[in-house]
Design a protein around this ligand. Sequence first.
Ligand code: NAD
Length: 270
Amino acid sequence: MTKPVLDLSGQVAVVTGASSGIGQAVAIGLGRAGAAVVVNYRGERDGAEETAEAVKAAGAKAVVVHADVSSEADVMELFRRTKEAFGSFQILVANAGLQRDAPAHEMSLDDWRKVIDVNLTGQFLCCRAAIREYLARDPQPELSRAAGKIICMSSVHERIMWAGHVNYAASKGGVMLMMQSLAQEYAARKIRINSIAPGAIKTPINRDAWETPEALAKLLKLIPYGRIGEPEDIANAAVWLASDHSDYVTGATLFVDGGMTLYPEFRDGG
Ligand code: NAD
């Protein structure tokens, strides 16, 4: 029987890039649903501590662990520390990501590589570590119908091409087929793997797009629902995807974008 509410108590979640923005809100949302949370950060220790405090204030456990997700050694250490703290885990949210924008003809190889290394390779390394753990331990039906869950943080730019951001769009397009291929490969082992594709969410990554009234007005033309997204919009989707209420969902991308992918410029017939 599916539990009547989104209850993740007894489960452990690893959230990468949880020191700010979407990752911070997702970590807190999972904590509010009862999960213990491993709060990963790379640069912003204070933000990670803030996240952990909010999880604890919600009555759940939290530990803060530094790791650069693009480093294989760091990722192995992140999951070793997770197991040391909590024994095992049932939820991974591979959220860490960044942008290094430039016109393609001016983009340095370093900026291309950095974005692919963090956004795509970093997600692969974390997914691989989670899959290894889910395959290695016994199923835990008292906690969850699935042997384990993975949520990849993609973007509307897995679908919408994005001039001036070729490295970012390529990384998220890569996340889409990585997630789908992993979901296909491990569904029979009862591992559920899905993505969330946020639209424009108010976080530090896209401050330029919402900070001034002019920028916000321009952005809102792209959003049929008429508001910018809040990190909590993504957290709510993540809690659902982590819960047994989505137990029959795998290999899916959930667009949480206020309709940004609905070609709003065609609203009046094109
Ligand atoms: P953000 O900049 O607030 O968060 C990104 C987080 O990733 C930060 O905490 C940062 O420290 C961390 N990070 C960066 N490189 C890392 C590394 N090598 N190792 C570990 N952590 C690292 O921005 P955000 O909007 O919260 O972005 C979170 C995710 O959501 C990203 O994957 C981003 O691509 C995606 N996303 C955001 C939006 C949006 O509108 N904000 C839209 C679509 C997708």
